[in-house]
Design a protein around this ligand. Structure first.
Ligand code: DGL
Length: 255
């Protein structure tokens, strides 16, 4: 049986990339809800509805696990999804814990970049309250990065200009770690590198999520059921157009 990987758009490809590395002998369904992206600036109720429609569709294809490869969707719906489906549902959350540990050891601060909805949600506030005992975590929503990514713009002047503008109120020298708390953001590592010093760690949760997936599959003896094939869907429609498919494969190669 296949593994479902879900995101509002292309962001989850950063998780798919790790999954193909760590679990190459599996087949995958990658579902991008391109009709409703971006989630991060919409209401929690609207986003929850989109997520359930998407995961219902994925479930109908027959899957042994679903990865919610979207921090925003995880923060608004992962518990409800787990209550509804009988297969394991894995989520992704901003890598605040390792970032705080590293930055504390360096005597530096942590900057969390994510969508507005992720940063507003209780799940994020609970996470920070649990971990940030020395109040070193700052946060910044960067919604336009999601839009840039969906247009396949990653290194353009407009991206750098946007980042410079959004980051201008922050003293970037005080950060030891930057958390990429949206799965679309690892595509901008090159652009972010132009603004942060070389020793600043850019951290995301994709490896941790895929390790969890591996553990869950191993625990139920359900590994090695495929050959690394990926079937792509956009909002319930199978992607068959060669041009579109090659764009997705190019993204996988970019990482
Ligand atoms: N990729 C998603 C995340 O990790 C959200 C992007 C969006 O706003 O749709 O949060």
């Amino acid at each position: 049986m296949k593994i479902g990987i879900f995101d509002s758009g292309i962001g989850g490809i950063t998780v798919l990339h790790q999954a193909l590395k760590l679990l190459p002998n599996e087949d995958y369904i990658y579902y991008a809800d391109t009709m409703n992206v971006p989630y991060g600036e919409k209401s929690k109720e609207a986003v929850k509805q989109y997520i359930f429609e998407a995961v219902d569709f994925i479930a109908r294809q027959g899957v042994k696990a679903v990865v919610i490869a979207c921090n925003t969707a995880t923060s608004v719906a992962v518990e409800d999804l787990r209550a509804k489906y009988s297969f394991p549902v894995l989520g992704i959350e901003p890598a605040v814990k390792p970032a705080v540990q590293i930055s504390e050891a360096l005597g530096k601060r942590v900057l969390v970049l994510a969508t507005s909805l992720t940063l507003k949600e209780k799940k994020f506030h609970d996470l920070v309250d649990r971990i940030d005992s020395h109040a070193i975590v700052d946060k910044l929503p960067l919604p336009n990065l999601v839009q840039f990514a969906e247009r396949f713009q990653f290194n353009e002047d407009a991206v750098i200009g946007y980042l410079e503008d959004q980051l201008s109120p922050f003293d970037l020298k005080q950060y030891g770690t930057v958390v990429l708390g949206c799965t679309h953001f690892p595509f901008f590592k090159g652009s972010l590198r132009k603004l942060f010093a070389d020793d600043v760690l850019l951290m995301d949760g994709s490896v941790g999520t895929v390790k969890n997936l591996k553990r869950v599959l191993e625990a139920s003896n359900r590994t090695n059921e495929g050959t690394g094939q990926v079937t792509f869907y956009t909002s319930g429609v199978k992607v068959e157009d060669e041009g579109a498919l090659s764009k997705y494969h190019r993204l996988l190669e970019m990482l």
